[in-house]
Design a protein around this ligand. Structure first.
Ligand code: T3D
Length: 260
């Protein structure tokens, strides 16, 4: 059904993989269209309870396919491309009512790094590396990098990575708080599968609100955060999963959440 991404749904976990391995999964128009379609389906499909974003071959994603930019002369306006092909994807990842894990299997560059930053959790292979490559080619950070990176690593480090375009290892990325965990390359798939399956068995409705709450809390004052928590708790408290969670607690058994 798709050509530039892989789509695999198993046990509530949807794995989406950038799949243009010959060009390090460089992002082109078709990939953008296919990813947008897949993410929209994922959001509305109740069978999908966690999403994993990864890449095939030795890269996660190296951002814009520069082969499609090689013939553009000075004076080209890229703002429409960013608004139409990149920004909606970032919004879709952020607004997804299910947890999204970036399984960063290899190099993540430019908007490819931004895609990883826009996910909720990042597990990296010890072979992964990261670069905000934009400054190396005379562009500026896009696809949410200017928003997510300072929130994850602080303004000073974000500035350094953005201005220099320095390539950093997975271990450095973990040390500065950019990735949650680094694992041996051969263990990435099983570690991510274990985490994704655990999340997929969770109270999906509440996890979706949890996502929103944490993102809201990171950019609001205390009073607004408290009010949002109260509002979301009102919604979560009405869910079937809350009822099941409390029943299971007193029965001393594992809850069987249905995600609603
Ligand atoms: O245009 C718009 O609409 C605006 C939006 C822009 C969003 C963006 O993402 S702009 C940023 C685009 N990405 C980059 O600038 C990254 C460029 N690539 C690199 O810096 C390096 O290739 C990497 C650090 C990612 C990996 O380095 P390394 O040493 O592991 O591999 P390599 O040898 O540099 O690359 C391997 C091949 O992949 C090579 O092709 P070849 O020589 O084997 O035929 C290289 O040209 C190709 N490749 C790497 N990145 C891209 C690419 N081909 C097309 N587009 C790429 N982005």
């Amino acid at each position: 059904m798709y050509e530039t991404i892989l789509y695999k749904l198993q046990d509530g976990v949807l794995t989406l993989a950038f799949h243009r391995p010959d060009v390090l999964n460089a992002y082109n128009q078709q990939m953008g269209d296919e990813l947008a379609d897949a993410l929209q389906r994922a959001d509305t499909d109740d069978a999908v309870r966690t999403v994993v974003l990864t890449g095939t071959g030795r890269a996660f994603c190296v951002g814009q396919d520069l082969a499609d930019r090689a013939d553009l002369g000075a004076g080209t306006d890229l703002s429409a491309s960013v608004r139409e092909r990149y920004n909606p994807l970032i919004v879709r990842l952020q607004m997804m009512r299910k947890p999204i894990i970036a399984a960063v299997n290899g190099v993540a560059a430019g908007a490819g790094m931004s895609f990883a930053l826009a996910c909720d959790l990042r597990i990296a292979s010890d072979r992964a590396k990261f670069t905000l490559a934009f400054s190396k080619i005379g562009l500026v950070p896009d696809s949410g990098a200017s928003y997510f990176l300072p929130r994850l690593v602080g303004t000073g480090k974000a500035m350094e990575l953005a201005l220099t375009g320095e390539v950093i290892s997975a271990q450095e990325a973990q040390a500065i708080g950019m990735v949650n965990r680094v694992v041996a390359a051969e263990e990435l798939e099983s570690v991510v599968e274990e985490l994704a399956t655990r999340l997929a068995k969770g109270p999906t409705f509440a996890l979706g609100l949890t996502k929103r709450s944490i993102y809201h809390g990171s950019e609001s004052d205390l009073f607004s955060a408290l009010e949002t928590e109260a509002k979301y708790q009102g919604l979560a408290g009405r869910s079937e999963d809350f009822h099941e969670g409390v029943q299971a607690f007193f029965a001393k058994r594992t809850p069987e959440f249905r995600g609603r």
